[in-house]
Ligand binder design. Structure first.
Ligand SMILES: [Ca+2]
Ligand SMILES: [Ca+2]
Length: 161
């Protein structure tokens, strides 16, 4: 987060309006499952993988709600460069910046965002996803990994409260 937002006043008003529809108490937060609805209202068409990635990034340290600034951040990324997302998610997992994700890094990050996943399940996913067999996941392999996880949890239902 904290990147400079390249967004017009008109777009900002548009996002505020869409956000307000789901911000029932007008307290600047919405439920995670409403993130996709706000984005669709804005004419953005995020994939399930993207939504999973964004929520994974937003809902850290036990955070349960999506704030307006989170929506701004996500809308900005989606309306500019969709590839930015996968790189951001990758960086999130690759804690030591080695350019690949180990099973420890994967497990750590999944638990951090509250995903109900066991070490055995992680090992299983790693085996399935690590297509070049080097024991770690690189940027290309990550795209497959996100798909696996989302479908394993029935569209991310366990992750999106
Ligand atoms: Ca790493
Ligand atoms: Ca690999």
């Amino acid at each position: 987060m904290g990147q400079k937002l390249d967004i017009s006043q008109e777009q900002l008003d548009h996002i505020k309006h869409a956000f307000a529809k789901y911000d029932k108490k007008s307290n600047g937060i919405i439920r995670p499952k409403h993130l996709v609805k706000v984005l669709r209202k804005l004419g953005l068409n995020p994939t399930e993988d993207q939504i999973f990635g964004f929520l994974n990034e937003i809902l850290i340290d036990g955070k349960k709600k999506v704030e307006f600034t989170d929506v701004l951040h996500v809308a900005t990324i989606l309306s500019h460069d969709p590839d930015t997302l996968i790189i951001e998610v990758f960086k999130l997992f690759d804690k030591d910046g080695s350019g690949s994700i180990t099973s420890e890094e994967f497990y750590d990050q999944m638990r951090r965002c509250g995903a109900p996943i066991s070490e055995a399940e992680v090992a299983e996913i790693m085996r399935a996803v690590d297509t070049n067999g080097d024991g770690e996941i690189d940027l290309k392999e990550l795209a497959f990994m996100l798909k696996e996880v989302v479908s394993d949890t029935a569209g991310g239902a366990d992750i999106i409260p």
